[in-house]
Design a protein around this ligand. Structure first.
Ligand SMILES: Cc1ncc(COP(=O)(O)O)c(C=O)c1O
Length: 356
């Protein structure tokens, strides 16, 4: 698709209020089975998946060093031990399977909704008997180049639904291996307590988006952030010092999770993400930055537009994005043990956000 034919104004507006639908769908139907448990956060889903896989205290879990530090709490909180492998600039694993240390489980991440090549992971699991966990926190609706839905390719899959759908919280553990599904605990009750005040404000602002447009939305968001800074000292809640060890307090998914999911028009949502990606790619084509992924292969549903940039060149890019009222953020907050030895490419990825 040629980026110049995209109605980018409409697509930018939909970052605040994604297209709604009224066609009934269930998460189970797109996954293809019922071995699913819902939680508030992906971290709870991962911890439960590890327990169901008989990962015990002291067992090693291999994860990429390029990861959000919060995820570690799922491993540390059950007493297992995270160990790390490296990823290259293309975000695929860069260590050969035979050179990886032994572990009870290995986590492959579909960064930003792009499929991780699972062949080296499968080779590793065949050699060691490790469980393969597909972290698909970013990749709801995305498929790999063979058309396989991400999150269904490993023994277990993790989804952080709240990252792609505007909901107060929501995540899923998908157990694809029947031997592990046998150990699953019953679904936790859904949480009917009132939604957080901050979410209510966000929902209210979302409805304003079509009326006031993205630029005024940016101003409204900046005003809310300013008020938050006055109240808490931070514009955006920082990652807590103990976030690598302590899971968020409440694991229960919100009671309206299914109605929030159902309100999404899947086909339109996929289209909007692909069009935004193509359009941002065109916008940044001659800018001093490099897209993380060389191609937008067929059937990928991008979480955002990730690119490499740093230093003075970043200032130029930020200016362009600001002109279109497009938001961006740096990802990830690296684990503490990784920060000092992290290769440069772990510290220079920015993501244009496709959902506010
Ligand atoms: C790749 C990845 N996996 C898992 C998680 C955990 O998801 P949640 O924040 O819903 O616990 C995150 C969170 O940022 C993530 O980026």
């Amino acid at each position: 698709m040629d980026g110049s034919v995209i109605n980018y104004k409409r697509r930018i507006q939909q970052i605040y209020l994604p297209p709604c639908g009224n066609k009934y769908w269930r998460f189970e139907d797109i996954i293809g089975h019922n071995n699913i448990r819902y939680f508030s956060f992906g971290r709870h889903a991962l911890a439960e998946g590890l327990i169901a896989s008989d990962i015990c205290k002291g067992d090693k879990v291999l994860i990429p060093g390029f990861i959000c530090r919060d995820l570690l709490s799922a491993i540390n909180s059950i007493g297992s031990v995270p160990i790390y492998y490296e990823v290259g600039k293309d975000l695929n694993i860069s260590t050969a399977p035979e050179d990886l240390p032994d572990a009870k489980a290995i986590l492959a991440v579909n960064y930003f909704g792009f499929a991780q090549n699972l062949s080296p992971f499968r080779e590793y699991c065949n050699r060691t008997g490790a469980i393969l966990i597909e972290d698909n926190a970013h990749g709801l609706f995305s498929k790999d180049e063979d058309g396989r839905l991400l999150g269904t390719r490993g023994d277990i899959g993790i989804f952080s639904l709240r990252k792609t759908v505007p909901i107060p919280d929501g995540a899923a553990l998908v157990v694809n291996n029947p031997d592990i599904a046998y150990n699953l605990k019953p679904q936790l009750p859904f949480n009917s307590k009132h939604k957080a005040f901050s979410f209510k404000i966000k929902q209210g602002l979302r409805r304003l988006a079509p009326l006031i447009g993205p630029t005024s939305m940016q101003s409204a968001i900046s005003a809310v952030r300013f008020l938050r800074k006055l109240r808490t000292g931070h514009e955006i809640e920082p990652s807590q010092p103990d976030a690598e060890f302590i899971l968020p307090e409440n694991p229960l998914p919100c009671s309206k999770l299914f109605s929030y999911l159902f309100s999404i028009d899947i086909n339109e949502e996929i289209k909007r993400r692909i069009e935004l990606y193509i359009w941002v790619d065109m916008l940044l084509k001659d800018m001093p930055c490099t897209p993380v992924f060389k191609t937008l292969y067929e059937q990928v549903v991008p979480y955002g537009y990730p690119f490499y940039s740093s230093g003075m060149t970043l200032i130029k890019i930020k200016k362009v994005l600001k002109n279109y009222a497009i938001r961006y953020f740096q990802w990830p907050d690296l684990p503490n043990v990784i920060i000092s030895s992290a290769p440069e490419h772990y510290k220079t990825i920015w993501v244009v956000s496709f959902l506010w």
